[in-house]
Structure formats: structure tokens, C-alpha cells
Write a protein that binds this ligand. Structure first.
Ligand SMILES: [Zn+2]
Length: 76
């Protein structure tokens, strides 16, 4: 089965590209391939925001390294 048809939405879709569900109402046709659980979880994570925080952390660490090398940090 390549193409599924949602009667409720009058919408034809390929379940291979919509994680096995109707993209409008979420109806899952019988026998449609569904995405593995890890992929559904990975799609829910906001990777761009996570990367932004990691990048900010790396910049702070780099700043501390430079400040230490320049002798700007108070010596204990
Ligand atoms: Zn639908």
C-alpha cells in the first residue's frame, strides 16, 4: 500500500512520509508503516535550541580559558 486516503479530510497522503498517520487528523490507516519509537522521540526534541545552549556553554568555557591565560581571573 503506497497511498492512503483519509475519508474524514478527503485527503490523499503517503504514510511513509507522515509517520504512518494522516497529517491533518492523525488517523492511522491499517498496515501503514509507522515510525520507530526513537524517531518519534528524536523529532520531539528541539535540536536547534539544544545546539544553541551547547554553543553558548562552549563560548563561556573558551572565555574562561582565555581570561585565565591573560591573567584576568583573580589568583587564589
Ligand atoms: Zn485525516
Amino acid at each position: 500500500m503506497r497511498v492512503a486516503y483519509c475519508e474524514q479530510d478527503k485527503w490523499q497522503f503517503d504514510p511513509r512520509y507522515t509517520q504512518g498517520q494522516c497529517p491533518i487528523c492523525g488517523w492511522a490507516p491499517a498496515g501503514a508503516p509507522s515510525a520507530p519509537r526513537w524517531l518519534a522521540l528524536a523529532n520531539r526534541v528541539d535540536w536547534e535550541l539544544l545546539a544553541l545552549f551547547l554553543f553558548a556553554d562552549a563560548l563561556i568555557v573558551l572565555g574562561l580559558v582565555v581570561a585565565h591565560g591573560a591573567g584576568l581571573l583573580p589568583v587564589r
